[in-house]
Design a protein around this ligand. Sequence first.
Ligand code: LLP
Length: 429
Amino acid sequence: MCLREAFDVSRPDSLGPVLIDAVQRSARGVGTPFWLYEAEPVRERVRRLRAFDTIRFAQKANSNVHILRVLRALNVVLDAVSLGEIERALRAGFTPGTEAHEVVFTADIIDEATLARVVELRIPVNCGSPDMLAQVGAAAPGHPVWIRINPGFGHGHNRKTNTGGPLSKHGIWHEGLAEALRLVDVHRLNLVGFHMHIGSGVDYAHLHRVCDSMLDVVRHWNRPIHAISAGGGLSVPYQSGEPEVDIEQYYAAWNATRLEVERIVGNKVRLELEPGRYLTANAGVLVAQVRAVKKVAENHFVLVDAGFSELARPVLYGSHHDICFLTPTGASVVGPVCPIAVAGPLCEAGDVFTQHDGGVVVFRALPLPKVGDLAVLRDAGAYGATMSSNYNSRPLVPELMLDDGKLTVIRKRQAIEQLLDLEVQRELT
Ligand code: LLP
C-alpha cells in the first residue's frame, strides 16, 4: 500500500546559506552520513523558557556532552535516566549533590549500580514506582526524592510517547500515592516535589487537566514540598504549517498552579520544566548521500547512506522529517517534482524515511536528485543520534556543531573495529 503526500518544497524557512555551507564542509571533512547541530537556535529556545524557575533538559533527546555544555553555560540543569546519562552530566561539568540539584535521576526502576552512584553523588531520584522508593530509602534514608505521578490519563504525538493513563508503565499510579508516601515516611526520605509528565506533544486541553491533577494531589496530601515539575513534552513544528507552542499560555497555566501550591503548603515552591525536543529538535539535521535512484512502477525510490539505524523516528512513529536535496556544489536540487520515497541502506523493508504510522510508505512530491547529491533530513536534533543503533553492524556516525561560525566535530565516527573488539570469548570462572 502507498500514499502520496503533498510536500511544500518552497518551505519558507528552507536551508539558509550558512547551514548549506556547514553541510558541505562537514561532508568534505567527515564523509556521510553525519549529524549537524547549530548551537544558536538551542540558546534561543532556552531564552524563550526563561520564565520557568528551572529548565531541566531531558538529555535523552540529545546527550552529546558538547550540547550539554552549551546548555550548562545558560544555567540549564539536567535530567538523567540512566547511569550513562549521569556520567555524561559529570563529563559536561554539572555538579551533582548541591542545593541547585543540577542533576536529577528519573526512572521507573533503579538498578544496583545506578543506585550506588546516585547515593554516592547525592543525586535526587524522581521515583516512578513504589519499589524504587523502597530501594532508595533502604539504601540511603533521608535521600532527596521526587514522586513521578501518573494522573490517570496521558497524551502523546504517538501512542508510544503517551506516558500517562492505565496503559502506561510510567510513574506512580495516582491511587497508589498513599503507599508511596508511607514509604517516604518509613525511610524519612526528603520529598522535594511532585512531577507529572504525561507524554510528548503538548495539548492545551490536557495541560489544564494535568495542572488540576497536580493541585488535587497537593491539596489531598498537603506535604511540605519545595518544587513541582511540569515534565517535558512541549511540541515543535516538524513541517510547515505546524504551530509553535504558546509558551506564555503554557507558563501561565503552570504558574497559576504553582501559586496555588504555595498557598496550600505555605512556602515557596520552585516551578520546573523538563523539555527535551523543544530545545534541540529544530537545531539539528541528519545528512546523507544519495547512492541510488530507482524507478519502481510509476514512483521513485531515492536510496541514501543513512537509515533507521541513524534516524529511527519515522519507522517507530511514522514521524515526518522534511527532506531537502543539495547538489555537490551546495545548490538546491531543482526540477519537476515527482513521487519520491526516501529510503536507507538497511536490509529491511521498513527502512524508509517517508512513511506514516503503521509502516505505510509515503511518496512525497520532490525534485529528483542524482547519485552523489546530499539529502538533508531536517529537525533531527532530538531523538536522532541518541536513538541510533548498530543494526546491520553499522558504526555510529559523527556529530558536528556549528557555533558562532565555527564548525567542530563533537563526536567521531565509530570504527567497525570498536564493535568487533567487544566480542571476546572467555570462560567465566
Ligand atoms: N521528561 C520525562 C520524564 C520524559 O519521559 C520525557 C520523554 C521528557 C521529559 C522529554 O519529552 P520531550 O520534551 O522531548 O517531548 N523518542 C520519542 C520521544 C520519547 C520521549 C520519552 N520521554 C520521539 O522521538 O518523539
